[in-house]
Design a protein around this ligand. Structure first.
Ligand SMILES: Cc1ncc(COP(=O)(O)O)c(C=O)c1O
Length: 376
């Protein structure tokens, strides 16, 4: 049973408007690296990098990702053997793989609202029944674990989470995640966590589900924390070898491999991880400071500060709906946000503050100007 899938709110919005933006402060990645910057991090020019690869056959390459890629990724976890890492087409590909492989019609899935739409609309399209635990702004968008425990039943197949959460930017720390694992263990449910926004600072707070739960499934990619969404490289990892074998089976039908060149570039990025993280920590810290100062002076905007991750969700105190506000903002100023409606949360907007500093500063200044029309 396949049910027609809903439109993907945030992607639909971005596909329609992002090319018109002059000040794009909507995106949830950290300012992307250029090919030159990436090869330079590895001490090579672009020419030298491609020269080195020039006699490489463009066959399917390593099916699960190269051994080096898998080894570099496995090192991020405490309990994941290299064999239990599979390369995917981004984190979206990893989420799709997990959900497609695990779910049957009638299965029960629990997730939060808001969250990344993939995590509930793919299950629904596969015929699963999805229950939500609502994240409340008054509770700083933090997951209420008692509410979660009340919704999970012995019939629950998967708890799906996004940690840190898009759009709110809030984090489930180690203690909270261990409690999620305990709730799931009681129901013998899997926990799929999209960890594409692992935080760049205070990372002691962050732990992967793959390291706290034996039926935990972590998905991740190079798109956000590593500033390389154009590579389309992600991965899925679990300590449960049986489930990884199931993913292998489904992956043969949906991907085969991620391509020789992308794998090479991914290995280059992961081998220079510390340099990329250093660059990106600075962007997150500096730009968050700009946002904090802006919020202090902007009476029509409130924000639960994101946990050093590049997505944030502002509340708009305006007498207009968020969708038409965001359209008129773009048309009049060239500034792009994502309306909260795209995440099912009206009167909010996603502010992607990890673009280049100038774009952020000019974008926020123009947003302020545009908000002043409501003061008259
Ligand atoms: C939670 C979440 N997962 C996955 C993605 C897409 O990631 P990728 O580029 O790795 O497919 C996004 C992008 O916005 C996201 O917010």
């Amino acid at each position: 049973m396949v049910i027609e899938i809903a439109k993907f709110g945030v992607e639909e919005w971005l596909n329609k408007w992002e090319k018109e933006a002059r000040y794009d402060i909507s995106q949830s990645s950290i300012a992307a690296l250029t090919l030159k910057e990436l090869t330079n991090l590895g001490g090579m020019t672009v020419t030298a990098f491609f020269e080195k690869l020039s006699s490489k056959e463009l066959d399917y390459g390593w099916i699960e990702g190269s051994p080096t890629f898998k080894k570099l990724v496995a090192k991020f976890y405490q309990k994941i053997p290299t064999a239990n890492v599979l390369q995917t087409n981004g984190s979206t590909g990893a989420n799709m793989l997990a959900l497609y492989a695990l779910l049957n019609p009638g299965d029960h899935v629990v997730t939060t609202f808001p969250t990344y739409q993939q995590l509930y609309d793919i299950p629904r399209s596969l015929g699963a029944h999805v229950d939500f635990v609502r994240l409340e702004e008054a509770a700083n968008w933090q997951l209420d674990l008692e509410k979660l425990a009340a919704v999970v039943t012995p019939a629950t197949k998967i708890i799906c989470l996004n940690n840190a959460n898009n759009p709110t930017g809030t984090l489930l720390d180690r203690i909270a995640l261990e409690r999620v694992a305990a709730i799931a263990r009681k129901a013998d449910a899997y926990v799929v966590v999209d960890e594409v926004y692992s935080p760049l600072v205070d990372s002691d707070d962050f732990v992967s589900i793959a390291d706290v739960y034996e039926k935990g499934i972590a998905t991740n990619s190079l798109s956000k924390t590593y500033s390389l969404p154009g590579l389309r490289i992600g991965w899925i990892a679990s300590p449960d070898s049986e489930i990884v074998n199931l993913f292998r089976k489904y992956r043969d039908y949906t991907l085969i491999s991620s391509g020789v060149l992308d794998d090479e570039l991914a290995v280059l990025a992961l081998s220079n991880r510390a340099k990329i993280l250093q660059r990106n920590q600075k962007i997150v810290i500096d730009n968050l400071e700009i946002v904090k100062k802006w919020i202090e002076k902007e009476p029509r905007v409130e924000l639960v500060l994101p946990k050093n991750v590049p997505t944030s969700f502002i509340k708009l105190d305006i007498p207009e709906d968020d969708y038409s506000f965001c359209v008129s903002l773009l048309k009049n100023t060239g500034v792009l946000l994502v309306p909260g409606t795209a995440f099912g949360v009206p009167q909010h907007a996603r502010l992607g503050y990890c673009c280049d500093k100038k774009t952020l500063e000019q974008g926020l200044a123009l947003l302020t100007q545009h908000l002043r029309k409501f003061d008259k």
